[in-house]
Design a protein around this ligand. Sequence first.
Ligand code: SF4
Length: 326
Amino acid sequence: MQASCGGMELRPALLAWYRRNARDLPWRGTRDPYAILVSEVLLQQTRVEQARGYYARFLAAFPDLNALAQASEEDVLRVWAGAGYYRRARNLHRLAQAVAKTGLPAAPAELEELPGIGPYTAAAVASIAFGKPVAAVDGNVRRVLARLFTVDVPSARWLQETAERLLDRAGPGVWNQALMELGSLVCTPKRPACATCPVARFCQGKGAAERYPLPRARRRTAVSATALVLKGAGGYVLERRDGRVLGGLWGFPLAEGKGAREHLLSRYGLASARPLGTVEHAFTHKKLTIRVYAAPWSGPDEDPNARPLSVLDGKILALAERGPGP
Ligand code: SF4
């Protein structure tokens, strides 16, 4: 369907609303491309209210690309700890090392070459920080456009073309943020506020908004795992994790699947361990149910406060410290 709702008329209505209603978010007061990049990377998977604190903490620790490039990966992960999806922090670190001398490029295509930058983040940074006329399509924009034009299953191509057609080329950064803000505050996934929506008169989906777009199928595999809490004189046995999701972080010895407990016991030369409780943790694609066992330990250990722990390991630590102790 064409953008027949009239980009020309829709634009002033949305922009006037945005000027009056935009939330006062810390990254909206800066033109620093690095700070804008950090905010966008955080917002990829962290909600706005939580992102505020992590944003302030990250910029206080690493105020510019140089500071981030020179930090150790472990320090970067420690500052990021709690925000989750640690691959974002590792990618930001690698990105800083790649462009610390030259600064961030302004062109979306060049931004997309950098670690962890997909089409959305490239478009957001290029438009907000550098004023480049490119439409940024995130989940909010996807929902708003699908409803404006009553499209059940919007394709990536349709979304990008429609967003480009509506884009305000004179102020692309503000426009992109206005459309996303509408999705966050008014055209929400559930119970959108069509009655007070500034673009309702251009919207084909009002009144039946929740029908659009159709929900995306999301499958999470249930996985059982076992973790071992070995408490020593100065802390716990912690291992440095590998892999795409938690690589570089530290955590309790953990194994998935059948025989995981026996495998962990034999790795540490133990005959037995007693059950401490169960911890659940969901990643994007799997839900872990972790049976936690504890045993006394007299070998080398780690202070958990001195190592970057994932949220999952934070839950195991909380259980370990709550329990009676081995
Ligand atoms: S009228 Fe309703 S469905 Fe349409 S954009 Fe506004 S809030 Fe979304």
